[in-house]
Design a protein around this ligand. Sequence first.
Ligand code: BES
Ligand code: MN
Ligand code: ZN
Length: 497
Amino acid sequence: MNMVVIEAENNISSLRTKLLVNYVFTDEVSTLSLSDITNDFDPIIREIVKSKEFTAKEGSMSVIHNTPGSSIKRVLLLGMGDKKSLEPEKTRNLTGKVVNKSKELAADELVIIPFKGIDNEHLSAIVEGIKLSNYSFTNYKKDEDSTDLNQVRILTGKDLTAIQNIIDSASILSDAVIFTRDISNLPPNDCSPKILANFSEKLSANPKIKVRVIRKEEMETYGFGGILAVGRGSSSTPNLIVIEYLGSMKNDKRIVVVGKAVTFDTGGISIKPSDKMEEMKYDKCGGCNVIGIMKAISDLDLKTNVIGIIPAVENMPSGNSYRPGDIIKMYNSKTVEVLNTDAEGRIILGDALAFAVKTFAPQSIIDMATLTGAAIIALGSNVAALMGNNRELVTKILEYSKQTGEKIWELPLFDDYKEQLKSSNADIKNIGGRGGGAITAAAFLSYFVDDIPWVHLDIAGTAWNQEGTKEKTYNPKGATGFGIRTIVKFIASQNAS
Ligand code: BES
Ligand code: MN
Ligand code: ZN
């Protein structure tokens, strides 16, 4: 994994670089000049602006080469569109274009001239755009002959340390997303529930983090009937991973983050069709996101208490598998009639949520899961579905999602949907009929959170990119880490100090 270093820079008089990138608005293109830094490019800039070769239209780019041996080898003009419609997501996305261009130009470093008066949010968006778009999953491939981007400097006239602090926070957050993508992208033969536990345990290098792994035997003692049932068909035994971060001595505000980690979802006895089944290695993305969130908040040293809970299982068909028709007893003693073994995510989450409620009495619970194909049918592949039981919490998560560009849309969770899950043989059943599949899945989860403020994110559509879906420049093929940045921003806003 290649890691690009990002630094604030204010030495403009003797700047040397292979690529100087200038973010330009349409409103400012007519007076565009680099004379503060160099006079080498201005005649050509005037020419291409006058001839309308470069108009700063959103996403447009022009590369201008200097004479050989010059200290600034090339300039890349990046069109930002008009200044009124500027938003962090645009900056993040267009910065991704710059990184891709730098690879085409074989530049291993570059210098960015951001727009005048840039605020912290846009500065962070530049950092995220660089780091997240520079990522690709290459663990299993021989090095290809491409130039890695190693260093980016951001030119700023203002207080260098203050700017560097903003850059560092955004870097830490982006690095946690990248770390998560690397785990999420692992193939199922190299990512069992045990391996997820190993990754989690490494986080306890930070003294504020404690990791507890509840293994199969202990689960039997405590009655985690849901996780045990789903995990029974696999020779890799299930784990319930509990990562506790103590960032504040005030222990009254605890946030719990739960993530579904099905390391591979075959569907079990209700087996899935073989077409695209390989994508079900991404059914662990919710859980991997939780590992990434815990890494981010501990690296950022946030002053909050957060508990990450990851039920990790593999859903396999075998002579030991749980079956349609089975009635299982969950951690909170509710009984569930299994009508489809492919609706396994809600079963393991039910146990994990009930455990969270009972053990930690949290202020709020957020869960993330690649839970239903229905969420993709409803909202497509670039928007996650949100359902919850608490207006204030829902509103906050939606608000932070606007800042991060991680698009989230709320679906309703009326009581009627809970009715759809009533079973004649047990307390509830694990599927709710044809309609509203993402919602009935959430309604199932609501049976396990009691009255604790809770939000559920169905990230089935957004957790990974198939080849060819390139809606966002900073989300390459494979796992995206979608949701991490939004939840970390929310947690940071709850700083207790
Ligand atoms: N992991 C899947 C959901 C999924 C499907 C995520 C496709 C991403 C892409 C989940 O475990 C599942 O199989 N859900 C079923 C539920 C159904 C049996 C009620 C589904 O969505 O088809
Ligand atoms: Mn399934
Ligand atoms: Zn699944």
